[in-house]
Design a protein around this ligand. Structure first.
Ligand code: UDP
Length: 413
């Protein structure tokens, strides 16, 4: 029954390296889920807006293709500019399906603008629509970081339109489920929680000494941040906490910041953080490493004594899960999926205040040589419960059920 799925990733191509611009956790999510669903025998075409010299059809992995559809200028666009090209994109996907003679059994869209595309496609093809928001405009506005700008009304109304059209909305956490239910009024029947996974083939404990040598680290303590840089990620708090920590440890402390600027406030945030580093005289402590290729990240996680997460909000927090999968403890704000990933006081700490002294105290506890082995072992154990195959199995069951509901004569349940 379930043979072909159309995935819509309109604003951000899964072919882009994550870590800066619009490419981050969602990129990894779309790629990994499609690959894992394909392992269950379902072919996936991921449709994205054509930009630059990318080929029209790219084989991403076994059973997964990325299809670049022309819509608007052949150049990067701000998210706000993308709504104007939705109709052209929809027409391009429809034409592809006709000329290539591929019939899709279901559409799964990621982020609200993709949801608007998917709404039209699901209507035309008369197939079910599954949607993942990843982040929600209303939540972003309620937890706005200093220096960030409000999400526009067009996003909020777009999200509401997608919520009405989707057969099922996916929440990554209980919190997202609650936001969709309470802030957006989505009926409970249309909501399903599925946690994302992690690639244990890439992210696993490994040779720590080799990883540290590769990063030019001696026996200093290393705290790591991995993610895009924008006000939402709250890195000022991490830098202030590292300042307090560095002044109170016997060993030297390094703070490695991996990731590049993202969104409207990204470049300004990097300038502001550099100024803060200089004001706090932390030039020898903080190293901005820029965005790194995804498959190089295990070196950073393995070399680190702890990962710090200071986000004002998170959809899930894949970097924390990757760190744990490499056996690295996490000290983070209790946002997104961190409460599923981090066992408080056991594999790291969850903190519900934005006080740098509290972060510094918790980091000190994790870095304590008498306790650190226990934190590292617990981190790996906690991550072992997450995998993309487990996530894909839940999606497969959902997709299959929705497709069967559309053709009751084929239903065997
Ligand atoms: N990432 C990467 N290179 C970088 C920085 C980040 O590959 O330089 C990846 C990281 O491994 C993770 C994703 O980007 O998979 C960030 O996901 P997360 O859920 O932590 O944050 P989001 O991007 O969703 O805000």
């Amino acid at each position: 029954m379930l043979k072909n799925i159309a995935v819509i990733a309109y604003h951000s191509s899964p072919l882009l390296e994550p870590g800066s611009g619009d490419s981050g956790g969602m990129t990894i999510y779309v790629r990994e889920l499609a690959a894992a669903v394909a392992r269950l025998g379902v072919r996936t075409d991921i449709f994205t807006r054509a930009q630059g010299s990318a080929r029209r059809i790219t084989e991403l992995s076994n059973g997964v293709r990325v299809i670049a559809i022309e819509a608007g200028p052949d150049a990067p666009l701000q998210k706000e500019e993308l709504s104007a090209h939705v109709d052209e994109f929809v027409a391009g996907v429809r034409a592809f399906s006709v000329t290539q003679r591929v019939a899709y059994d279901l559409v799964h869209s990621h982020y609200w603008q993709s949801g608007l595309v998917a709404r039209s496609l699901a209507d035309t093809w008369n197939v079910p629509l599954v949607h993942s928001h990843h982040t929600l405009g209303q939540v972003k506005n309620q937890t706005l970081a200093p220096g960030d700008v409000l999400e526009p009304p067009s996003r909020l109304s777009g999200e509401a339109a997608v919520n009405l059209a989707a057969d099922v909305l996916i929440a990554s956490t209980d919190d997202e489920w609650e936001h969709l239910s309470c802030l957006y009024g989505v009926s409970h029947d249309a909501l399903k929680i599925i946690h994302p996974g992690v690639d244990h083939g890439l992210f696993h404990p490994g040779d720590r000494a080799a990883a540290r040598a590769e990063l030019d680290l001696d026996d200093e303590l290393m705290v790591l941040y991995v993610g895009r840089i924008q006000p939402l990620k709250g890195l000022e708090l991490a830098i202030r906490a590292i300042g307090e920590l560095a002044g109170s440890m016997q060993k030297a402390v390094r703070f490695l910041v991996v990731g590049g600027a993202s969104g409207r406030g990204g470049d300004g945030e990097i300038t502001r953080l550099n100024r803060l580093v200089s004001d706090l005289h932390l030039g020898n402590v903080v190293r901005f490493e820029g965005a790194q290729p995804h498959d190089r990240l295990p070196i950073f996680y393995r070399a680190a004594d702890a990962l710090v997460v200071c986000s004002h909000s998170e959809s899930f927090g894949l970097a924390a899960l990757e760190a744990h999968a490499c056996g690295t403890p996490v000290v983070g704000t209790a946002v997104g999926g961190l409460s599923y990933i981090v066992v408080d006081g056991v594999s790291g700490y969850l903190i519900d205040t934005r006080d740098p002294s509290v972060f510094a105290r918790r980091l000190r506890a994790v870095l304590d040589p008498k306790a650190s082995d226990g934190f590292h072992e617990s981190a790996s154990r906690s991550a072992a419960t997450f995998s993309w195959d487990r996530c894909a199995a839940q999606f497969f069951q959902l997709y299959d059920c929705l497709v069967r509901e559309r053709s009751p004569e084929a239903c065997t349940c």
